[in-house]
Ligand binder design. Sequence first.
Ligand SMILES: Cc1ncc(CN)c(N)n1
Length: 223
Amino acid sequence: MSTPCFTDAAWQRNLPLFNATLALPFNRELAAGTLSRERFQHYMIQDAHYLVAFGRSLAVAAAKADDADGVVQFAKAAEEAVVVERALHDGFMREYAVSAAQFEATPLSPVCHHYVHYLQSMGWSRSYPVALAALLPCFWIYAEVGRAILAEARPNNPYQSWVDTYAGDEFHALVARVRATIDQLAAQADARTLEAMHQAYTDAARLEWMFWDSAYRLGQWPC
Ligand SMILES: Cc1ncc(CN)c(N)n1
């Protein structure tokens, strides 16, 4: 029997966590279209903050890439995170009348703060393959949550544009390219690096769970 590639192995290791993510009240209510506007707005503001840091971490990965293709791949992914994904957020911000000033004045929630600092420290301090493994759940879990929710297809879902973005072919093609690069790097990695990649993936997948959970709870600093 052939050994599974890194990304398939990581997916299998973290399958219970993915199922728990899909089952979160935030995602159940998002799928049903019944999620409160207050919770979605909280999520959107936090996520718009998150995307800037995510883009920055991708740019650091681009700088660390060991070949020209990697530089271009992650520099483009950084641009897409900041420009394309945030365009989706800007649409919701306009709909909810959240001004730029209100957005800027909203601090990062504790979970968002932890997640962005995690990604940035992985980007700056760990090797290229390990930093990429930490970034993979940000792509892949969103793509799979998007597809799973799309399959439930509820009519007149106010969050349909969110679902369509992450369930869409373009986003899935991006995920496939990131997985391919990571699998190539993993195929050449030693056992220690591979284990660090698995740990980085799991830590980020947990933070994805926590991000949605925090949005549902309207997470804030206690004092
Ligand atoms: C928290 C989070 N993780 C991932 C994604 C998808 N790039 C996102 N928009 N927000």
